[in-house]
Design a protein around this ligand. Structure first.
Ligand code: 3SL
Length: 243
């Protein structure tokens, strides 16, 4: 299994397609997706473009849909929920389709939506995704971060290292690192693995969220390692269901 990490969607090579890809947006889109599916959402349908989201969502029965998302960390006007993983409670999301758009995470997902096997990863479902990959055995795996408006993010790199470290430990003779970005992510994980929340808080997007108000519950949720067994898997373009 060849493992490569790309900091942001724009770094993904054009015209190439791996056997599998994992998209990460630790703060907070892929953490919210994992918790929403764990809490019984029927699916999370992701959009980079807000107008398309609104058109598609309008065709879904109103009682079984929720609009969820943020721009610049703040809930989008008229949407039911922002992008907080602690807000996707079972009593709100169970049985519902969540129509989601976020500043960076859903753009990354859009960039690799043609990949045959596409998953989302956050720290809470890191082990579940790793175990699924070990069963699938893709020859080539892309791990794709979301960053912030095209720039590097510490927290996505931390999670890329966290995933790769499990895969390499499980299969030292088969899994191999093929780019320096992933080597650096592994070093980052080694540095922060005993206190991932501190890393999330130090990250520039962590600082942005702190500047927007109290996000303590979000930090603790997003940093909670290996708590969920859910693997969000793309079942049709942009639509993720629990595996
Ligand atoms: O950038 C994104 O896609 C979001 O996850 C950012 S936020 O944490 O919801 O502000």
């Amino acid at each position: 299994m060849q493992l490569a990490y790309f900091h942001v969607a724009a770094d993904v090579p054009e015209g190439d397609r791996p056997d599998a890809a994992v998209v990460i947006d630790v703060l907070r889109a892929t953490t919210t997706i994992a918790w929403a599916l764990h809490n019984g959402a029927e699916a999370v349908q992701t959009f980079a473009d807000l107008d398309i989201l609104k058109q598609v969502a309008a065709q879904w029965p109103k009682p079984s849909r929720l609009l969820l998302g943020e721009r610049g960390g703040k809930r989008i006007d008229g949407f039911d929920l922002g992008n907080s993983p602690v807000a996707v409670l079972p009593e709100l999301v169970a049985g519902k389709r969540l129509f989601m758009s976020t500043t960076n995470g859903t753009r990354s997902l859009q960039r690799v939506r043609e990949v045959g096997r596409l998953y989302t990863l956050a720290l809470p479902n890191r082990r579940a995704v790793a175990e699924k990959l070990l069963r699938d055995q893709p020859a080539q795996l892309w791990i794709v971060g979301s960053g912030w408006e095209g720039t590097y993010s510490l927290e996505d790199s931390l999670a890329a290292g966290a995933l790769a470290s499990l895969l390499l430990d499980a299969e030292p003779d088969i899994a191999c690192v093929v780019n320096d970005e992933l080597t650096a992510a592994l070093a980052l994980w080694k540095q922060w693995k005993h206190d991932p929340e501190a890393c999330l808080r130090q990250a520039s997007h962590g600082q942005r969220l702190i500047g927007l108000g109290d996000h303590d519950a979000d930090f603790s949720c997003c940093a909670g390692l290996d708590q969920l067994s859910v693997v969000p898997i793309q079942v049709e373009p942009g639509v993720f269901c629990a595996y």
